[in-house]
Design a protein around this ligand. Structure first.
Ligand code: GLC
Length: 592
């Protein structure tokens, strides 16, 4: 049963019910595009398939760039499309300067880039510097060359412990499960050294104390900068440098999606959620030297090229170190992504994030979904506060689809009203849920295999996109083939059935991005609305002339009549006295 509405009756002026006197964040200047950009993540294998083999490709992406232009994003980030045996969906790179034939050719890339630029969309590519594929020529040379060679010194080869070297060199765990070392067989057939892999055994870690590694990656940066890319998303940016001597670590390990394997270290009070990696393999001071050097490389090029850190680091003040003025430009805010749908924790993480980044003069980089986590339309429908499983099995409690979608749309509007930059993950503009009932036989994520099937892994958020509700494969490609099966429900979410339909998720995203641009929210300010500054179940803030109210309570929030509704994440309710109210799990943007 609904409780009494919270009514705001007085007129909407800055001193009235929409007054916001606690300034949390003053606007930033700087002028670089990335400070307030909305950047759309394309996961190439699942975006659009031009050649009909069931796997998305570069030409498929190019053919759908008009969708992104119509959505109103500023840039795309492309997950890896480089030559790779695809043991971790391309995050195992065998050649950093070649396009994998699965995705096309370098010419296809150039055409994609030119078409995007022609539409005013910038392009960021993924750089995977923590590890290569085991099929990379360097690793093949290291295996052949043997212990003590310069070829092995590009990676982290060590002798084993124990009388015969039969024990791992230390006790580190892989982020995908299992231990982080694999023993090689030497050329003479004897059991040999071990190599470190923080991820799959086909992803050997590079040794970033080796100058040759630095030199090679600077050349890779230049290769893509010369082709015209606008920046790089840096994979595992907090992992490249390891503590001297590779000491044992008995702390917890945050899994690839930020869930915790081991004892949860608990959350600091700045809004962190315990999703950061710590210990001797992560967030070592030495990584910052690398980013200072890369910053200088990018600065040689025109156009404010940018580096964005994928760094699962907490507390937020440690994450902010990656975006100091002479380092990277953005760092994904995973503390925000992993915050429960609760007003208090949300306010804490918003304020904590802005304060931490203000201290170094950097914008905040908000994100709710990506290719490593359960999509927010499913995560927020799980009904368990803050739960973030590493994928879902059909036998797990299933998310409530309607609640998840409603909350996801509300969370998105809460995010897009904020100052700073924001990343969207392909398909979230359609309101897509995960496939939460994939048969195990089709799973491909190494995390599923390395945990011996105890974790479902990330395949559920990587399902090929639905473009057309009545076409085979929902229009993903010309043949209907899809590398992972799509759930039936995807027909309802297809882009064509949402286009032009007022109130659809797609049209809501478009309206929000247009309003965000028109009201310059990305470079704006944040002040809590006085009326809700301590509310248990409402998050409300002002950003310039826009007031954002997210109602997480089970009663409607009435808004002043004089306020103009710019965008709402769901239907608003007209009351008996003609007042407008915001229902449960709904966010509204008002001009007031
Ligand atoms: C990052 C990527 C993830 C990949 C891992 C190893 O976390 O986002 O998809 O599996 O790095 O490269």
């Amino acid at each position: 049963m609904e409780e009494t509405p919270v009514t705001i009756t007085s007129p909407s002026t800055a001193v009235g019910p929409l007054a916001a006197s606690t300034l949390v964040h003053a606007g930033q200047t700087g002028g670089q595009w990335w400070r307030d950009a909305v950047i759309y993540q394309v996961y190439p294998r699942s975006f659009a398939d031009a050649d009909g083999d069931g796997v998305g490709d570069l030409r498929g992406i190019t053919s759908r760039l008009d969708h992104l232009a119509a959505l109103g994003v500023d840039a795309v980030w492309l997950s890896p499309f480089y030559r790779s045996p695809q043991h971790d969906a391309g995050y195992d790179v065998a050649d950093y300067r070649q396009v994998d034939p699965l995705f096309g050719t370098l010419e296809d890339f150039d055409e994609l880039l030119a078409t995007a630029h022609g539409l005013g969309i910038r392009v960021i590519v993924d750089l995977v510097p923590n590890h290569t594929s085991s099929e990379h020529v360097w690793f093949q040379e290291a295996l052949a060359a043997g212990p003590g060679s310069p070829e092995r010194a590009r990676y982290l080869f060590r002798d084993g412990r124990g009388e015969h070297g039969e024990l791992e060199p230390n006790n580190w765990r892989s982020i995908f499960g299992g231990n982080a070392w694999t023993r090689v067989t030497e050329a003479d057939g004897t059991p040999g050294q071990w190599y470190l892999h923080l991820f799959d055994s086909t992803q050997p870690d590079l040794d970033w104390t080796n100058p040759e590694v630095h030199a090679e990656f600077e050349q890779v940066l230049r290769f893509w900068l010369d082709r015209g890319v606008d920046g790089f998303r840096v994979d595992v940016a907090h992992g490249m440098v390891k503590a001297d001597g590779l000491p044992d670590w008995d702390g917890s390990v945050a899994m690839v999606d930020g869930s915790v394997d081991g004892t949860d270290p608990g959350a600091p009070e700045d809004g962190s959620t315990g999703a950061g990696n710590s210990g001797p393999a992560f967030d070592q001071d030495g990584v910052h030297e690398i980013y200072r050097a890369w910053h200088r490389v990018l600065a040689e090029y025109d156009g404010d090229r940018a580096l964005v850190a994928e760094a699962w680091v907490e507390p937020l003040s440690r994450l902010a170190r990656y975006v100091r003025p002479d380092e990277m430009h953005q760092a994904f805010n995973f503390s925000f992504l992993t915050t429960a749908w609760k007003a208090g924790p949300l306010r804490t993480v918003l304020a904590g994030s802005l304060a931490a980044n203000d201290a170094v003069g950097a914008p905040t980089t908000w994100v709710l979904s990506n290719h490593d986590v359960v999509r927010h339309a499913s995560r927020l429908g799980l009904g368990v506060d803050g739960e973030r499983p590493n994928g879902l099995f059909a036998t797990d409690p299933q998310p409530d689809e309607a609640t998840g979608l409603r909350r996801a749309r509300a969370a998105t509007l809460l995010m897009l009203g904020l100052p700073g930059s924001a990343y969207l993950y392909q398909g979230e503009e359609l309101g897509l849920p995960d496939h939460t009932a994939l048969p195990d036989e089709v799973r491909q994520d190494p995390a599923f295999f390395r945990t011996a099937g105890t974790e479902a892994g990330r395949d559920g958020c990587r399902i090929p996109l639905p473009w057309q509700s009545d076409a085979p494969g929902f229009g993903f490609g010309p043949t209907g083939a899809t590398w992972l099966p799509q759930p039936e429900s995807y027909g309802r979410y297809a882009a064509d059935v949402q286009t032009g339909v007022p109130g659809s998720t797609l049209e809501t995203y478009r309206a929000a991005l247009a309003a965000r641009r028109a009201h310059r929210l990305g470079s704006g300010t944040l002040a809590w609305l006085d009326a809700y500054a301590d509310a248990d179940d409402v998050v409300a803030y002002r950003n310039g002339d826009v007031v954002v109210i997210a109602n997480l309570s089970n009663r409607p929030v009435v808004v002043p009549r004089s306020a103009e509704v710019l965008v709402a994440s769901g239907d608003l309710v007209r009351g008996l006295n003609d007042e407008t109210s915001v229902p449960t799990d709904t966010t509204v943007w008002l001009r007031a």
